[in-house]
Write a protein that binds this ligand. Sequence first.
Ligand code: PLP
Length: 462
Amino acid sequence: MSFKVLLNEDEMPRQWYNIAADLPTPMQPPLGPDGNPVKAEDLAPVFPMNIIEQEVSQERWIDIPEEVLQKLCMWRPSPLRRAVNLEKALGTPAKIYYKDEGVSPAGSHKPNSAVPQAYYNKQFGIEKITTETGAGQWGSALAFACALFGIQCKVYMVRISFDQKPFRKMMMNVWGADCVASPSTQTQAGRDVLAKHPDTPGSLGIAISEAVEEAVSDPRGKTRYALGSVLNHVLLHQTIIGLEAKKQLQKVGIGKPDIVIGCAGGGSNFAGIAFPFMLDKINGADIEIYPVEPTSCPTLTRAPFAYDHGDVARMTPLLPMYTLGREFVSPPIHAGGLRYHGMAPLVSQTVVEGLATPKAFDQLHCYESALLWARTEGFIPAPETSHAIACAIEEAKKAKEEGREKTILFSWSGHGLMDLVGYAKFMEGQLIDFPLPEEDLRESLKSLEGLPKPVAAKSGKW
Ligand SMILES: *Cc1c(COP(=O)(O)O)cnc(C)c1O
């Protein structure tokens, strides 16, 4: 029996997998302010053209540049571990495998996309990248990646997290990035908000507006913006997780897992573990695929598939996605990375198609699962990751009832060593569940009124 399955560096995948090439029904296009599909040129002030080309690519396999492979080798291939002690504690015949993305320098899967994004910007002659961050996972990943390529990095961090969670800001500073609280006085968008609401805690929507404004207003044209999830190219970069996992499972004689699980905020780590296995499912394999979200931010389980903006200020195109409405403000759960109002269009389409079956779990149940995990497997998971763990435990218990030796695979998206305050509050009994009330959902969905409606096209095969 193997406790961990390792790949050599020369066994690391050389290409990313682009599921857009294999979707049974094509994606609905993003729409611009005039209601027409967005053209590549429209995005050019915001993203470098080489990234825009990836964003719209229909190629099934896309080469990973040699220089990116070399940087990824700093921590990849990541281990595939088997949760043997948890299996014993549960008395389950199921085998639980997890892909440990907590081994990256920033502690999560996010550097898998931050590194190629920094690389492509560098290739395109960009000298500075701006971005937003909530709790700081993405900001720290991008700060690390920019340090590797000698690019300046400016992070707009949501004010309340900036004040309450100083450690990730310090990580960004260590890697040489500039991190400011948003709203700031450095942009028009920030000054406008501060004039009206001087005491605002800030939001991701405001921070996005500030980061985009700074990128597009560089008179030299040497600044671009980067996003840490949701978009096609980010999901593409994350497929290295599932592609490695496939090789690792084969090494221990497992042709295919029965169940694949990932927590889903914007959808990137879920897509990363799941899309390479969805290719097999599209080709006939019998695999259950579960994206997992919090009941307080139930985008996939309770919201409609609709056109919506990615940010409050409506600076982004309209994207076809499951959305709670761009003005949705999530209750203050500790899984900061799972509080986004929308879901990646590619993930949304696979749910419309029936290739993935979303699930939602309550905060307290997720923390209980995380404690059981830490006390059996040792590693302390991020609060986001605990959602995938809760689902894996539920499936392992089902396998026990059914007496079936299923293989469960999930993405262990990051460690929780920067999130211990949430654990402390849970253990002191200070946390509560926040299932989203029906009235709040209805209220939030009002912001979708008057927008174009996408067709929820599906083949009917799943
Ligand atoms: C950001 C984050 C998530 C959620 O983001 P996705 O884009 O849905 O992957 C999940 N887990 C961790 C540890 C994160 O940092």
